[in-house]
Structure formats: structure tokens, C-alpha cells
Design a protein around this ligand. Structure first.
Ligand SMILES: *Cc1c(COP(=O)(O)O)cnc(C)c1O
Length: 381
């Protein structure tokens, strides 16, 4: 039996690990006075992410949400457009569609991977067209770091004339058939929020293979000011730049990314091995040929005797932080009443939860989680 109790040390869901180099890089910014939106760390951070992901161009911005906003804008999302978006994702995948005066059309997910697929996208496209809508863009999220099945999705987008955009906010360090997520679409967004696999406190990045799009995104992120010496602007821009202080943290975190990723994948492996023996615990599936970064571990509770919320309560009881998976966006008050038919996302969102997976958590923490969950069905019957 687990020795954990209400007063045991908290096992957090996902917390940042900050390493020694972070201190020296941030101190360097403070010592030199380069703390704001210019400085060598911004460029270094962009270069290290571009090199790691293989993206030709990387533009640092102040959040993942800002990165998505600019990504959609430069990809041509315009007022009145309809954009295909997953419904099982974080709200920030969808809100920037609204910022641009366009309308989201929600796409259901695959029951095993929880990601949109070529099938669910095709079904949504058909539904949208039946409703007289003409989507020109499709957004794909790599949920909890598990890459979506990109080859058939790219084929579909090509055939149907859809511009593909990737929300890779959760999937830095995740690869699909050897290529990094965020390098398949026209443009993609990363996030460096505090809970992501690496953090800058807050931050994001736009990835693209298109030099013109990258240049426009960078320009729009800095108030659309062609010459930093004078106050002349040639477009409606934004103040979306990342600061040198944040980028200094980012450079340090990029150095640690391979280790963070290995550690998360190791924890993921422990969960997978333990859950393989419990047929009522069904982890988010990873298709052949993908390498997830192990960002968050997702599992469905498929038990007649135990609800997801009872499992969450049992974990909370022994001070283990778990969370329900995302609530479908088409169920949020601002987005209700759309044409969406997303029964799979609705059912996954009722039975699935995320388990703690920070690189800092110990082997005992992992086994405590497994023990607590393993114990639950017996005591719940
Ligand atoms: C975190 C996240 C974002 C937004 O990133 P922020 O940096 O918090 O603005 C967007 N999409 C997904 C799927 C995310 O998980």
C-alpha cells in the first residue's frame, strides 16, 4: 500500500527545472543592461530553436498565443474566414482566430491519439461545406506532445487547398517520422510558458520555412516599424517581442532540452509499462513512427466502477496533482452554438486526465501515482 497521505510532499503536474547556466545568462543581461527587446540572447535563442527543430526561420515572441496570432495573420487568415481547428486543445489555439475576425469550425479527434486526423478533418470540411462555408486554413495541435499523423493530413490539405498551420506549443522535442513537429505546415507556433517542456517564464516562437512570412511576422511583432530610429510605421503592428532577459533563460533551457526530454520519456515509459497491465487505464496512443517529448501523460479511465473525477479526487487526497484533460472548445460559452459535431472529443474529455510528468519528479513519485491509481478500483467497487 502507498504510504502517501494528505500531508505528503506535493507531486506537481509540470514544473520548470532551472539550471545553473540560467543564472549566468540572466546575470549577464543584468550586468550589461541588455534587459529589453534587443540583445544577443534573443538571436541566440532563435538560432538554437531553429537548429534543434530544423526550421529555416524562427521568430521569438512574448507568448505562444502571440505566436499563434501572428502565425494565423501571416498565413492569410482574414476577417470572415472559416478556420478548421481542433476542439480538444488549449483555448489559445482558437482565440487568435477570433482576434482576426475569422470563425473557428471545430474538428473532432481520433479516439486513440486524441489528435485531429485526416479523417476527422475531412469530415469537418464536408460538414462546413454543407453549411455553405469555405474553410481555407486548417490548424493541427500536437496534443500533450504527441505528434498528429501528418502525412495523410498534409495530403488532405494539399488536395483540398487548405493552408496547414501547426500549434506545436506542447511539442518542442517531438518528432514525426524523423522531422520535428512544427516543420510540416506553412507556419507553426511554439510556447515557452512556465508549464511547457522548456520555459522563458512566458514566451513563444513562430517557425516557418518561408522567409517572406518570417520577415512579415518579425516586422508585425515590433510595431511594424521599418527603421528603429524613427517613428514611422507601415502597418498595424503589435508589441509582441520577447525580451533579452527571457531569451537568456531560453538559451539555458535549450541546452537542457535533450535531458528534460529524455527524463520525461523515461517517466512516460514507466507509466506505459505499469498501465499495460491494467486494461481499464487507456493511455493516449502514440502512432507508429512518432517520438513524443513526453510533455504530459494522458490516460483515460475506462471503468464502470470508477469515474475520472473519482480518480482525480483519489490523487488529490494524497497530494498528487493531476488534471482533467482540456474541455472541448465548442463547449466553452464564447464558442457554443456552432455547427460542430465532435462526439469523440466530448467523450475523451469526460474520461481522461493528465498525470504528473515533470523531469524533477522521482521514481517514488511515479510509483506513488501508479499505486494510488492501481488501488482505486478495488476500493471503489
Ligand atoms: C500553452 C499553449 C498555447 C499558448 O501558449 P502561451 O505561451 O501560454 O500563450 C497554445 N496552444 C496550446 C496547445 C498550448 O498548450
Amino acid at each position: 500500500m502507498s504510504k502517501r497521505g494528505r500531508t505528503s510532499e506535493r507531486i506537481p503536474l509540470s514544473v520548470p527545472t532551472l539550471e545553473a547556466s540560467a543564472w549566468s545568462y540572466v546575470k549577464d543581461c543584468l550586468d550589461t543592461g541588455w534587459v529589453s527587446s534587443a540583445g544577443k540572447y534573443v538571436t541566440r535563442f532563435e538560432e538554437s530553436v531553429a537548429e534543434y527543430t530544423g526550421a529555416s526561420h524562427a521568430v521569438a515572441v512574448c507568448s505562444g498565443t502571440a505566436a499563434l496570432h501572428l502565425a494565423y495573420l501571416v498565413a492569410g487568415v482574414s476577417p470572415g474566414d472559416t478556420v478548421l481547428v481542433p476542439t480538444l486543445t488549449f483555448i489559445a489555439t482558437v482565440n487568435p482566430v477570433t482576434y482576426l475576425g475569422a470563425k473557428p469550425f471545430f474538428v473532432d479527434v481520433d479516439a486513440r491519439t486524441w489528435n485531429v486526423s485526416a479523417e476527422t478533418l475531412a469530415a469537418a470540411l464536408q460538414q462546413a461545406r454543407k453549411a455553405g462555408l469555405r474553410p481555407r486554413h486548417a490548424v493541427v495541435t500536437h496534443l500533450y506532445g504527441v505528434p498528429a499523423d501528418m502525412a495523410p493530413i498534409m495530403e488532405l490539405c494539399e488536395r483540398e487547398g487548405l493552408t496547414l498551420i501547426e500549434d506545436a506549443a506542447e511539442s518542442l522535442g517531438s518528432f514525426y517520422r524523423g522531422a520535428h513537429t512544427g516543420t510540416f505546415g506553412r507556419v507553426a507556433a511554439l510556447s515557452f510558458n512556465g508549464n511547457k517542456i522548456i520555459t522563458t517564464g512566458g514566451g513563444g516562437m513562430i517557425l516557418t520555412g518561408d522567409a517572406v512570412l518570417a520577415k512579415r511576422a518579425r516586422h508585425l511583432s515590433t510595431q511594424a516599424r521599418p527603421n528603429a530610429e524613427v517613428y514611422a510605421h507601415d502597418d498595424v503592428g503589435f508589441n509582441y517581442r520577447l525580451t533579452n532577459l527571457q531569451a537568456a533563460l531560453g538559451v539555458s533551457q535549450m541546452e537542457s532540452l535533450p535531458r528534460f526530454r529524455d527524463r520525461r520519456r523515461e517517466i512516460q515509459k514507466h507509466y506505459l509499462e505499469a498501465f499495460a497491465r491494467e486494461n481499464w487505464l487507456v493511455p493516449q496512443a502514440q502512432p507508429q513512427g512518432v517520438e513524443s517529448n513526453g510533455w504530459l501523460f494522458g490516460v483515460s479511465i475506462n471503468s464502470a466502477s470508477l469515474t475520472r473525477d473519482q480518480a482525480l479526487a483519489a490523487l488529490a487526497e494524497v497530494n498528487i496533482e493531476a488534471r482533467p484533460v482540456f474541455q472541448p472548445i465548442h463547449e466553452q460559452p464564447m464558442y457554443r452554438g456552432t455547427e460542430a459535431r465532435c462526439p469523440v472529443a466530448e467523450s475523451v474529455s469526460r474520461v481522461a486526465l493528465n498525470l504528473p510528468n515533470s523531469p524533477g519528479i522521482s521514481e517514488t513519485a511515479v510509483s506513488d501515482v501508479m499505486l494510488t491509481l492501481g488501488k482505486v478500483p478495488a476500493s471503489a467497487v
